[in-house]
Ligand binder design. Structure first.
Ligand code: IPT
Length: 997
C-alpha cells in the first residue's frame, strides 16, 4: 500500500530534489587566476558501464578488478574510442522528441550508468586548515559523489557547476573518488536540447584547497559612464574578511564592498575588449579577475553598451567536436572565438546552455557579446500540447531557479555577458517569472531574455526565432500585431527586438541573410540576430570498410532520430568554414559596401561599428574589367561610427570606361583593407561590387571574324559546326577532341536541405514542386534540324514523364572558325508549373577520366560560390580552381559550388582546353552579366542520392552546367523560403555562348 512505503531519504536520479550535499555555486576564476592550490583531475579514470542505475557497485570498490577499464575524463562514454569503436553504446540524435517515454520524473529502468573511480592525492598541508573541495564543471545527466566509500552528494544540471566539500571524508595521501553517473534522470526532461544524447563527466573536474578566509565568491560590477569617460568599480567578496581590491593599471587599491569611482578608464566593448586586472586579496587567497568597464542598458526600446546603440551580429554556438562531442578542448574554444572574430561575428548565444567557463574568458579577452543561456529546454512537451511541461509546474520551480542561479553565480563577472537567457524552447509557465526574478536578484545589471513566452511579460527583450523578414519589418516599425493582453502588449512594444535564431544554416545556405541584416541596421528597435547555428554536429565514424565520415541522426542505429537536422551549421564538422560562413562574414562586415538602387556606378560605404572609426582601414577602389584591374586607387576618408560615404566611378575614375574595349564587362569594387594586417575573412573588413557595364557581343563591337566557316556533313551522317559535332538528329556528340555523353537543357538540381523542406508559409516545397514538374526525370526530344543561312538550327522539347510541363528548346549553331562555334540556346517553358524551377540552362556530360583534377579558370564572381540570395562574399575577378575544389562536401550531399556572373571560363580538358565565353545571357526580362557555372565529377542524380560525401564517386564524366539562372537558397529547412527576388520562375531564357575547343 502506498502509505506503508517508507520513502528513501536519499534522492535518486528520479527525484525532483535540488542538488544535495553541495556548496553554493561559486564564480569560476580563469585558469591559474587564484593562488590557492588545485589539481585538475583530467586523464585516465577507471570506468564501468552498467545497464541500470542500480549498478550494485560499492563506492568503496576502487575499480581495479575485472569488469573495469580505463576511460579519459573529461569525455562522453559513448565516444570513448570514437571513431574506431563504440564499447559503451552509441550517440543518439533527436531534435525535439524525448528518446524515452514522457513520464516525468520517471525514466526507463534501462538506464546506462557509468561508474567512475580514481584516486586523488590530498596533500597533508591542505588538511591543516581550510577546506578541500571537489568541483565538477559538467556531468551529464545526474550523478552521485562518494569519497573513500562515503556518499557525499547528488547533483545534476549537466552544463552547470557542482562543488562538494570533501574535507571530512578525505585524509592525507591517496583517497578514492567514486562518481556514479546516470544517462537518464528526472533532469533529462529539462535538458531536451537539439543535440546528441551524450553522457558522462564531460568537463573539467578539479580538487581544490579552499584556504581559511579564502575568496569564496566575488560579485564584480565595473560600470562605465560614457558621459564622463569614467568607471566605477564594486567588488563584493564572500568568504574572507578585510578583502582588498587592487587595479594595478589604475593605481587603485581599495577595500572590497564599496563602490569606488576609478576615474578615467578605457571602456570594454566587443570592438575594444580592454580588460583590467582586478586583484582581490583576503588573508587566505589572492584571485585575479579581468574586469571590463562597461554598462549595458535598455532604454526606449534600444539596447546600449556604454551609451551607444549596439547591434548583435550573432551566431548560436553549441559546444561540439566530432570525436569529443561536448567535451570540447580549450584549443577548440579558442579556435571558435577566433573564427567568429575573423568572420565579423560580434555576438554569440551560448545555445542552449552555459558553455565551458573558459569560453567566456576568451569572449572577454577577444571581444564577443554573449547571451549566456541557462541549461533548460523542454521542447518534447510541445508535441503533447505542453501537457505536464516542467516550466509550468510549481514542483519544478526550485530546480529551475537553482539552474539559473548557478549560471549567474558562475558567470556574472564576465564583461562579455551582456544578457541572460532563461533557456530555450521550454514553453510558457509560472516558472519563467520565478527564474527571471531569481536572475535579477543576483544581477540587476543585465537584461533578461527568453523566447519561449511571446508575451515577453517577464523579460527585457522581445525575442523570436525564424520570423520572416516581413514580420521583422513590422516589429521594427512597432506595427506588429497586438498581443491579446493589452498591458503585456503595451509593455512589449517598449522592448528591443531580437531574433535569437534565424537563417537556418543547414546544408547549402542560408540564403537571404542580407535582407535580415538590413532590418537590423535599419530599425533601432531590432537589436540583432543570431544565425542557427555555428557548427554541424557530425560525429566522426567509419564505414564497415574503414572509410571515415561524419555521421548524423540514424547513423548510429537509433530507434528514433531526426536525421540530417543536426548538420545545420556554418562550419562543417571539421571546422572548415562553409560558403554560408563566408557569406555571413560579407554580410556582417563592419565596413558595409553596397550598391545603391537607382544610382548606377555608385557604392555606398558605411561604418557599422558602434565605437570605432575606419581609421584602421584603407578604402581601396578598383575597376575590374574582364577580371583584370583596369584602374585602382584609395578613397581618403575616415568614417566615424555610423558614418557613410558614396564612391562614384565618375569621381574616382572618370575616363575608365571610355578607355576600355566595349567588349569588356566592367565592375566597380570597393574594399576596406585593414592597415594592421589583422586576420580577417577574405582579407578585408568589408567589400562590395556593382556592375558598371556588361560587355557588348563581338557583332556589336565589329570584332566578329569576316569569314565564317559553314556547317559541314560528317562521315557518320551528322554535322560539324566549328568546334562542335552533332549527330544526324542534332544531338551534340563531340566538342573539339572531347566526346560528349549527354547534352541537354536542364532545370533541376540535387535538392538542398532547404529545397527538400516546405517553408513555413509555403504550400509546396521547392523540391516537391520540381518533382511534380518532372524535373527529376528530364529527357530531351529533338524534333527538327535544318540549315538557316550559315546556321544549323535544332529544335526540341525537354520534359519529364507524367507531366505536361516542358521546356521548348531551340539551338542555333553558327561556326566562327574551325575550332570555334557560337550557340544561341533559347528555352521557353510551356504548361502549368506547380512552382519554381531549380535552374534554366545547358547541361553537358563530357567524357573525362580524372574530371575532379581538371583546372577551371574563370572570369566572373568568385573565388567562392554564390547563389541569387547568397552573393555578397563573391567578388568580380579572375579565378582558378580544380573541379574538386569548386565543390563543397556538405555533411549531407546536395547542390553546391555554383559560380555566377561568369563571362569567360577555360577548362583544361585532357584533349585540350575548352573555353566558354558568355556573349549574352537572359532570363525573362533580366540580362545577366554572365552564366552561372557549375562543374563536378558526378551527376546531380548521384549527388541527390548520396547520404554522405564518401558515397560519391567520380563517374568518368565532367558534368558541366552553364545556366542562365539558378534558384536561390532560402532557409526553408526551418523558417522562410527563398525571397521573391531570388525565386527562379519558369520563364524564357537565352544563352548566347561562344565555345572554343
Ligand atoms: C529551434 C531550436 O531552438 C533549435 O535548438 C534548433 O532545434 C532549431 O530550431 C532547428 O535546428 S526550434 C524551431 C524549430 C521552432
Amino acid at each position: 500500500m502506498p502509505d506503508t512505503v517508507v520513502p528513501d531519504p536519499t534522492p535518486t536520479h528520479e527525484s525532483l530534489t535540488p542538488p544535495t550535499g553541495v556548496r553554493d555555486a561559486r564564480f569560476r576564476p580563469a585558469d591559474g587566476a587564484s593562488d590557492a592550490p588545485e589539481q585538475r583531475l583530467e586523464g585516465t579514470w577507471r570506468f564501468r558501464l552498467s545497464p541500470t542505475a542500480d549498478t550494485g557497485l560499492d563506492p568503496a570498490d576502487d575499480g581495479a578488478g575485472p569488469g573495469w577499464a580505463d576511460l579519459e575524463v573529461p569525455g562522453h562514454w559513448q565516444l570513448a574510442e570514437a571513431p574506431d569503436a563504440w564499447p559503451y553504446g552509441r550517440p543518439a540524435y533527436t531534435n525535439v522528441l524525448y528518446p524515452i517515454p514522457v513520464d516525468p520524473p520517471r525514466v526507463p529502468h534501462e538506464n546506462p550508468t557509468g561508474e567512475y573511480r580514481r584516486t586523488v592525492d590530498v596533500p597533508a598541508a591542505w588538511l591543516a586548515g581550510g577546506r578541500v573541495v571537489l568541483r565538477f564543471e559538467g556531468v551529464d545527466s545526474w550523478f552521485e559523489v562518494a569519497v573513500n566509500g562515503r556518499v557525499l552528494a547528488q547533483s545534476h544540471g549537466s552544463r552547470l557547476p557542482t562543488e562538494v566539500d570533501v574535507t571530512d571524508a578525505v585524509h592525507a595521501g591517496a583517497n578514492l573518488l567514486a562518481v556514479r553517473v546516470t544517462q537518464w534522470s528526472a533532469h533529462t526532461y529539462v535538458e531536451d536540447q537539439d543535440q546528441w544524447w551524450l553522457s558522462g563527466i564531460f568537463r573539467d573536474v578539479t580538487l581544490a584547497h579552499r584556504p581559511a578566509g579564502g575568496v569564496e565568491h566575488v560579485t564584480l560590477r565595473a560600470d562605465y559612464d560614457h558621459m564622463t569617460g569614467t568607471g566605477t568599480l564594486r567588488v563584493d567578496v564572500e568568504g574572507g574578511s578585510d578583502a582588498r581590491v587592487r587595479v594595478p593599471d589604475l593605481g587603485l587599491e581599495v577595500a572590497a564592498g564599496a563602490t569606488v569611482d576609478v576615474g578615467v578608464v578605457e571602456p570594454w566593448s566587443a570592438e575594444h575588449p580592454r580588460l583590467y586586472d582586478v586583484v582581490v586579496s583576503t588573508g587566505g587567497e589572492t584571485v585575479t579577475l579581468r574586469a571590463g568597464f562597461r554598462t549595458v542598458a535598455v532604454a526606449d526600446g534600444v539596447l546600449t553598451v556604454n551609451g551607444a546603440p549596439v547591434k548583435l551580429y550573432g551566431v548560436n554556438r553549441h559546444e561540439f567536436e566530432p570525436t569529443r562531442g561536448r567535451a570540447v578542448t580549450r584549443a577548440t574554444m579558442l579556435e571558435d572565438v577566433l573564427l567568429m572574430k575573423r568572420h565579423h561575428v560580434n555576438a554569440v548565444r551560448t545555445s542552449h546552455a552555459p558553455p565551458h567557463p573558459h569560453f567566456l574568458d576568451l569572449c572577454d579577452e577577444h571581444g564577443l557579446y554573449v547571451v549566456d543561456e541557462n541549461d533548460l529546454e523542454t521542447h518534447g512537451f510541445e508535441v503533447l500540447g505542453w501537457r505536464g511541461n516542467p516550466t509550468d509546474d510549481p514542483a519544478w520551480e526550485p530546480l529551475l531557479v537553482d539552474r539559473v542561479q548557478r549560471m549567474v553565480r558562475r558567470d556574472a563577472h564576465h564583461a562579455s555577458v551582456v544578457m541572460w537567457s532563461l533557456g530555450n524552447e521550454a514553453g510558457a509557465g509560472v516558472n519563467v517569472g520565478a527564474m527571471a526574478a531569481a536572475v535579477r536578484a543576483l544581477d540587476p545589471t543585465r537584461p533578461v531574455h527568453y523566447e519561449g513566452d511571446w508575451s515577453s511579460a517577464h523579460v527585457d527583450v522581445y525575442s523570436r526565432m525564424y520570423a520572416a523578414t516581413e514580420e521583422v519589418a513590422l516589429i521594427g516599425r512597432g506595427d506588429e500585431p497586438a498581443w491579446p493582453d493589452a498591458a503585456a502588449d503595451a509593455r512589449r512594444r517598449t522592448l528591443p527586438f531580437v531574433l535569437c535564431e534565424y537563417a537556418h544554416a543547414m546544408g547549402n545556405g542560408p540564403g537571404g541573410l542580407t535582407e535580415y541584416v538590413d532590418l537590423v541596421d535599419a530599425h533601432p528597435r531590432v537589436l540583432g540576430a543570431f544565425v542557427w547555428e555555428w557548427i554541424d554536429h557530425g560525429i566522426a565514424t567509419r564505414t564497415a570498410d574503414g572509410t571515415p565520415f561524419h555521421g548524423y541522426g540514424g547513423d548510429f542505429g537509433e530507434e528514433l532520430h531526426d536525421g540530417t537536422f543536426i548538420a545545420d551549421g556554418l562550419l562543417l564538422p571539421d571546422r572548415t568554414p562553409s560558403p554560408g560562413l563566408l557569406e555571413l562574414a560579407a554580410v556582417y562586415a563592419p565596413v558595409g559596401v553596397r550598391p545603391v538602387p537607382g544610382r548606377p556606378g555608385v557604392l555606398l560605404v558605411r561604418n557599422r561599428y558602434a565605437f570605432t572609426s575606419t581609421a584602421h582601414a584603407r578604402l581601396v577602389w578598383e575597376v575590374v574589367a574582364d577580371g583584370d584591374v583596369a584602374a585602382t586607387g584609395e578613397v581618403e576618408t575616415v568614417l566615424a561610427p555610423g558614418g557613410s560615404t558614396a564612391v562614384h566611378v565618375d569621381d574616382v575614375a572618370p575616363d575608365v570606361l571610355t578607355d576600355l574595349s566595349p567588349a569588356a564587362t566592367a565592375w566597380l569594387v570597393v574594399r576596406a583593407v585593414p592597415r594592421d594586417g589583422r586576420d580577417v575573412a577574405a582579407g578585408h573588413l568589408g567589400a562590395g561590387h556593382v556592375l558598371l557595364r556588361r560587355g557588348a557581343a563581338p557583332a556589336a563591337t565589329g570584332t566578329e571574324p569576316t569569314s565564317r566557316a559553314t556547317p559541314a556533313a560528317t562521315a557518320a551522317g551528322g554535322h560539324r559546326v566549328g568546334s562542335v559535332e552533332l549527330d544526324a538528329t542534332g544531338r551534340v556528340v563531340r566538342l573539339g577532341g572531347t566526346r560528349v555523353r549527354l547534352a541537354r537543357v536542364d532545370a533541376w538540381r540535387a535538392p538542398t536541405d532547404n529545397d527538400r523542406a516546405r517553408a513555413w508559409a509555403a504550400d509546396v516545397g521547392d523540391g516537391d514542386a520540381w518533382e511534380r514538374a518532372g524535373l527529376t526525370r528530364l529527357h530531351e526530344r529533338l524534333d527538327t534540324i535544318e540549315r538557316d543561312g550559315d546556321a544549323l538550327v535544332v529544335t526540341g522539347r525537354t520534359a519529364g514523364a507524367a507531366t505536361d510541363c516542358a521546356l521548348r528548346v531551340r539551338y542555333e549553331w553558327r561556326a566562327v572558325d574551325d575550332r570555334t562555334v557560337d550557340l544561341t540556346l533559347r528555352i521557353a517553358p510551356e504548361g502549368r508549373w506547380p512552382g519554381s524551377v531549380a535552374r534554366l540552362g545547358w547541361l553537358l556530360a563530357l567524357e573525362q577520366p580524372g574530371a575532379g583534377d581538371v583546372v577551371v579558370d574563370w572570369t566572373g564572381l568568385g573565388p567562392h560560390e554564390s547563389y541569387a540570395d547568397s552573393a555578397r562574399a563573391a567578388l568580380p575577378g579572375r579565378w582558378r580552381h580544380t573541379v574538386d575544389a569548386l565543390g563543397t562536401r556538405y555533411t549531407h550531399p546536395q547542390e553546391n559550388g555554383a559560380r555566377r556572373g561568369v563571362t569567360h571560363a577555360r577548362l583544361d580538358l585532357a584533349a585540350g582546353p575548352l573555353t566558354v565565353t558568355a556573349l549574352d545571357v537572359r532570363h525573362g526580362t533580366h540580362a545577366a552579366p554572365g552564366v552561372e557555372l557549375t562543374a563536378r565529377p558526378w551527376s546531380d542524380t548521384a549527388l541527390a542520392a548520396a547520404a554522405h560525401p564518401h558515397e560519391l564517386a567520380p563517374d568518368g564524366l565532367l558534368w558541366l552546367h552553364l545556366d542562365a539562372a539558378q534558384h536561390g537558397l532560402g532557409s526553408a529547412a526551418c523558417g522562410p523560403g527563398v525571397l521573391p527576388d531570388a525565386v527562379l520562375h519558369p520563364a524564357t531564357a537565352t544563352l548566347h555562348l561562344r565555345l572554343h575547343a
